[in-house]
Design a protein. Structure first.
Length: 220
């Protein structure tokens, strides 16, 4: 690549939609370093002697099982100083034997480049996908179940977070810790734990509390 931000959409098209094995091999050999690495939710190739050959094998298998894949680059950001590309891609991946219609899946690519003779080559490639997009690329009908699971975990996190804060306030009330209790300003009972007039007490408890032991790494 001469100009990564401009050239990468064509590079991705060549890597993901080549119609012949010869074209795919030419693209991989042209755009990857011989010792490149690739990290994907379903596969990984570490840096090594001629690791590019393993990447080629992964790309070939990708085309074999999904010959009708289409990819579209939505945005490209290039950090020239660090030689890093961050790319947002929308892909329609359809497994050859799947009876289900292909669904769009989005993913983010982070690509570390290396420059050789004024040309840029892929040295390290990472791909990140949201769980729902990952399921869209494998079994689209199960995507709603993944979404429901994520919503459930969000609900559980919210419940435990509120319970943790409430337990701190109960502790303050039961054991008389804090200036408000010492002065008799806070009444007993759980019905007034988070009333507006006690917001000062709640704020004070939250400021004094810690999620874990102080290791000296936290910054104000």
């Amino acid at each position: 690549m001469e100009t990564p931000q401009r050239d990468f959409p064509d590079v991705l098209t060549a890597l993901t939609t080549s119609r012949s094995p010869a074209d795919l091999r030419a693209a991989v050999n042209k755009f990857y370093m011989h010792n490149a690495s690739l990290h994907h939710p379903f596969r990984v190739v570490e840096h090594g002697t001629n690791s590019r050959q393993k990447i080629l094998s992964m790309c070939e298998w990708y085309r074999i099982i999904s010959p009708e894949t289409t990819s579209n680059v939505d945005s490209v950001c290039y950090d020239k100083k660090r030689q890093v590309l961050v790319v947002e891609v929308t892909q329609h991946f359809h497994v050859r034997i799947s009876p289900f219609k292909a669904a769009p899946s989005r993913y983010i690519m982070r690509i570390k480049l290396q420059e050789r003779d004024k040309l840029f080559y892929i040295y390290d490639q990472e791909e990140f996908m949201h769980p729902t997009d990952l399921m869209n690329s494998v079994l689209p009908p199960l995507t709603p179940l993944v979404w429901l699971a994520l919503a459930f975990f969000t609900f559980i996190s919210d419940v435990f977070s509120r319970s943790w804060v409430l337990s701190l306030i109960i502790y303050v009330k039961l054991f008389g810790i804090g200036s408000d209790i010492q002065r008799g300003r806070v009444k007993s009972g759980l019905t007034r734990l988070v009333q507006p007039e006690e917001q000062e007490t709640v704020d004070g408890v939250l400021k004094a509390a810690q999620y874990g032991p102080d290791t000296g790494n936290a910054k104000n």
